[in-house]
Design a binder for this molecule. Structure first.
Ligand SMILES: Cc1ncc(COP(=O)(O)O)c(C=O)c1O
Length: 368
């Protein structure tokens, strides 16, 4: 038998750093309160929970086209359901977008400090990821446009962005779109869009409705509190939806996920309550961080359900991470994403945010 007779992964797959999920346990296995994955601290809409426990036969495949769910999404957002595709989380759709429109020799561009899946999505279809400079942790439209070459096929932008929480307004998103060649697909990842005040909406759905080169993705994992059910959706021109439908899993959204997402959509009171809670607690938490500004702590402006806290003084992010862990909480340290000086902290309940703020205050003020 020849040597090396084992299957060899493709070099572009070997270049991928697997996605690192938020932790829920300490190094010694102790369970921690999870403020590391941007889940909804208020849980899930009671209507969605009720839908999840309804009897249904797991023997049967789910509706392959998520017809009822697409209809309800269309009704809520004023979109023709034919222009909507559902996914196993929005993560599936982000990957499919890269796979459908880019391949070996092509480039996929995104901002530094944006969602780590964009790099994976580009590499897994053999395309070249191109990371462009940010401006103070925010997507820089000029840099993104300057990063576009003849080989660019897809540009990803998360708005609000993860892990920074930053947001670009409608005028900037429109300027980004207007500056892109028509053959470049602009993917606007709106996983956290429901946390933005409706009056500040970035206009992405209008861009997707009017132009042939825009895909907007949403998820039920964040404000809708259904991360465990894995369901998201995207909308764009018929040609984009057609491409994604060709390559998605045929039964990609489970029976339970379709039912729960449908019920969750119909409970917009829960969404509004979650947004209001997040705004109030984020404002309070940011104020607590700003009060420690003389100790080198800084909160990156956030429109999402988390805040990226920078540690630019004596107290390091690593020391803070350990102290927060000792207090029973998991938050996100992202040295692998070029952010060794920062912690991304999900907005939890009032009591949880008070705990985190008090750990940070104690450490900063005692000069540790
Ligand atoms: C910016 C962004 N997009 C997409 C996702 C993927 O979410 P899901 O696959 O659960 O819909 C996340 C999850 O953390 C995210 O932060």
């Amino acid at each position: 038998m020849p040597e090396n007779a084992s299957p060899q992964m493709k070099p572009w797959i070997a270049a991928i750093h697997a996605y690192v999920p938020g932790k829920s346990k300490s190094a010694d296995g102790k369970p921690l309160v999870k403020l590391s994955a941007n889940e909804n601290p208020l849980g899930t809409s009671p209507a969605a929970l009720e839908a999840l426990v309804q009897p249904r036969s797991p023997r049967d495949y789910p509706d392959p086209d998520s017809t009822a769910l697409r209809g309800a999404i269309g009704k809520l957002h004023g979109i023709d359901p034919a222009r909507i595709v559902c996914g196993t989380g929005s993560d599936e759709l982000l990957n499919l977008a890269a796979q459908a429109f880019a391949g070996p020799g092509d480039e996929v561009a995104f901002s530094r400090f944006s969602f780590s899946v964009y790099d994976i999505a580009a590499r897994r279809c053999g395309a070249t990821p191109v990371e462009v400079a940010d401006r103070d942790f925010t997507a820089d439209v000029d840099a993104l446009l300057a990063g576009v070459t003849d080989r660019t096929r897809v540009v990803f932008i998360a708005n609000p962005n993860n892990p920074t929480g930053t947001f670009i307004p409608r005028s900037e998103l429109a300027r980004l779109h207007a500056g892109l060649p028509g053959k470049v697909l602009l993917v606007v990842d709106r996983a956290y869009a429901e946390y933005v005040r409706p009056e500040d909406d970035d206009g992405a759905l209008e861009l997707a409705a009017r132009h042939d080169n825009v895909l907007v993705t949403h998820t039920f994992s964040k404000i809708y509190g259904l991360a465990g059910e894995r369901v998201g959706w995207g909308t764009g021109a018929p040609g984009i939806v057609d491409a994604l439908n060709r390559i998605r899993g045929p039964f990609n959204v489970t029976l339970g996920a379709q039912a729960a997402a449908l019920a969750a959509l119909e409970d917009q009171d829960f969404v509004v309550h979650s947004r209001d809670h997040n705004l109030a607690e984020r404002t309070r938490f940011v104020a607590a961080i700003e009060a420690l500004g003389n100790h080198g702590l800084r909160a990156v402006p956030s429109e999402a359900n988390f805040v990226l806290v920078l540690f630019e003084g004596k107290l390091t992010a690593e020391a803070a991470l350990h102290a927060i862990g000792d207090a029973g909480y998991a938050v996100r340290h992202l040295p692998g994403q070029g952010l060794p000086q920062a912690l991304r902290i999900t907005i939890g309940t009032a009591g949880q945010m008070d705990d985190i703020a008090s750990v940070l205050r104690g450490m900063a003020e005692s000069g540790q």
